[in-house]
Design a binder for this molecule. Structure first.
Ligand SMILES: Cc1cc2nc3c(=O)[nH]c(=O)nc-3n(C[C@H](O)[C@H](O)[C@H](O)COP(=O)(O)OP(=O)(O)OC[C@H]3O[C@@H](n4cnc5c(N)ncnc54)[C@H](O)[C@@H]3O)c2cc1C
Length: 455
């Protein structure tokens, strides 16, 4: 008979789990209320990185003279940019649909809610209701932007992250509220499009979760490109001025005027529509669903993956959770790397310079009183960085002084999101700094700085 597996939510977590479980022999149904690929494809990862890529191209072209090319004055065309983003999203949606259909996965368009622990009802967009039964379920319904009650979102001048990639217009002066990863990516993207940008930073530095040295490098770059930082200020209200512009009021008495305001102040889990009480699934006080290390909720055949699990809100983590769920559903959870170690997840910030890190951070090691060997190499001495015309940033590697095992690392600089893979592999596989040093790398390459930093 095979396992009947019902996946609620077709974002990265849901699609990965459905595809892997089908490949392993399950009968799989995915219920998705919007588009396959989820918020990740529609509003978050894909449009953000596509806009950032266009902004990067603009920045590069305006620096062409540094490469010996006559000055170029590029102009962004928002309608063409939007069309490009739509075509990427359509392409990815089609790929997901083709993949699932080639594996025999049934996709039902509609909103699911639990009737009991073994059945969901799906209300289709046409208003019809069907019932689906299963032996195992995955809840992968993701999250949405948090909107504080003082923020008059209108999608025109006052935006959430879902309304900004792509934006209704290129703002003349954007005020970004929130200086975490999402906020700083917006700052970076809009400054490359020529907007004046102000950033409201509730603490004393941006990126509070990151290595302070990394955050300082990005701050310095922001300041150099005239981004205005309002530190130690919490936004508490947004007023509109006579010209239709915005004035963001802060709790320290300062107010910041701009043409548009963008809120990047965290997210909330999508659990309300699911009627979890009918299945007996418990949430924490914020609405996230706690799980064990196999992504199982308090109900043993109901799994949870992606943002709704309240772990790391990254598509890469959601995908890996989806994989682990499929293996566990199909009884294949006895491999060497069977548990997900969230402390070893690599992450990146697609600013310029790019930022990426993995594993233990220096400040964290220091706080834990842990002995650590920290080695750091600037890109300024790297031939490829000089050839590429961007020698900003550095690579930092943390290792155990006794064994040489790599414990973590941070990279600031061009291609940081790609280069971090080497340190991530070392951290996951318990490789030593010597393993990186001994690798015969390409010359000239940015990766040579990895070997030097490991040495
Ligand atoms: C601006 C921004 C940029 C980001 N960039 C990156 C990045 O570069 N890299 C990265 O790794 N992460 C990035 N993230 C995070 C990433 O988008 C999320 O971690 C990822 O989308 C989580 O995937 P998921 O599968 O949990 O959920 P989602 O992608 O949110 O998908 C959940 C799906 O469930 C559906 N759904 C919800 N309720 C129901 C229901 N009751 N019935 C049926 N369907 C339902 C929704 O329609 C949705 O399609 C970014 C986030 C933001 C906000």
């Amino acid at each position: 008979m095979g396992v009947n597996f019902v996946v609620v939510g077709g974002g990265p977590a849901g699609v990965q789990a459905a595809s892997d479980a089908a490949r392993l022999g399950a009968h799989v149904t995915v219920v998705e209320k919007d588009v396959l690929g989820g918020a990740a494809n529609l509003w978050d990862c894909i449009p953000s990185k596509a806009m950032i890529a266009t902004g990067g191209m603009l920045a590069l072209l305006s620096k062409a003279s540094r490469m010996g090319i006559r000055e170029i004055e590029p102009h962004p065309e928002l309608e063409s940019i939007k069309a490009r983003i739509s075509s990427i999203i359509d392409h990815l949606e089609r790929s997901n649909r083709d993949l699932l259909s080639s594996q025999g996965v049934k996709v039902v368009r509609g909103e699911a809610r639990f009737l009991d622990p073994y059945r969901v009802a799906v209300k289709s967009v046409e208003g019809e209701e069907i019932e689906l039964g299963g032996d195992a379920f995955l809840i992968a319904t993701g999250s949405r932007p948090r909107v504080p009650d003082w923020a008059p979102i209108d999608g025109v001048r006052v935006l959430t992250t879902r309304q900004a990639y792509p934006p209704p217009a290129i703002p003349e002066h954007l005020v970004v509220v929130g200086s975490g990863v999402t906020g700083v990516e917006f700052v970076h993207m809009f400054r490359t499009f020529g907007s004046k940008v102000s950033l409201i930073v509730s603490r004393q530095h941006i990126l509070p979760q990151k290595d302070p040295e990394v955050a300082a490098a990005l701050e310095a770059d922001f300041l150099e490109s005239d981004v205005k930082l309002y530190k130690g200020a919490r936004a508490k209200g947004i007023l509109r001025d006579e010209d239709g512009g915005v004035v963001v009021e802060c709790d320290d008495g300062r107010s910041v005027a701009g043409s548009h305001c963008l809120l990047a102040v965290g997210s909330l889990p999508n659990y309300e529509s699911l009627a979890l009480e009918n299945a007996g699934v418990q949430t924490d006080e914020r609405g996230y669903i706690p799980t064990d290390h196999h992504c199982v909720s308090n109900v043993k055949h109901i799994y949870v993956a992606g943002d709704i699990s309240g772990k790391l809100p990254l598509a890469s983590v959601a995908i890996m959770q989806g994989r682990k769920v499929a293996e566990h559903v199909m009884g294949l959870d006895s491999r060497e790397h069977r548990h997900l170690d969230y402390d070893k997840a690599a992450s990146a910030i697609f600013t310029e310079p790019e930022i990426a890190d993995v594993g233990l951070a220096e400040a964290e090691a220091f706080a834990l009183g842990r002995k650590m060997r920290v080695t750091k190499v600037p890109f300024a001495a790297n031939a490829r960085a000089l050839i590429n015309g961007d020698p900003r940033g550095f690579i930092k590697i943390l290792s155990d002084p006794a064994t040489g095992v790599v414990l973590g690392g941070s990279i600031v600089g061009e291609r940081a999101a790609e280069l971090i893979s080497v340190i991530a592999l070392a951290v996951t596989a318990n490789l030593k700094v010597a393993d990186i040093v001994e690798s015969l790398l390409v010359h000239p390459a940015l990766a040579e700085a990895l070997a030097e930093a490991a040495d």
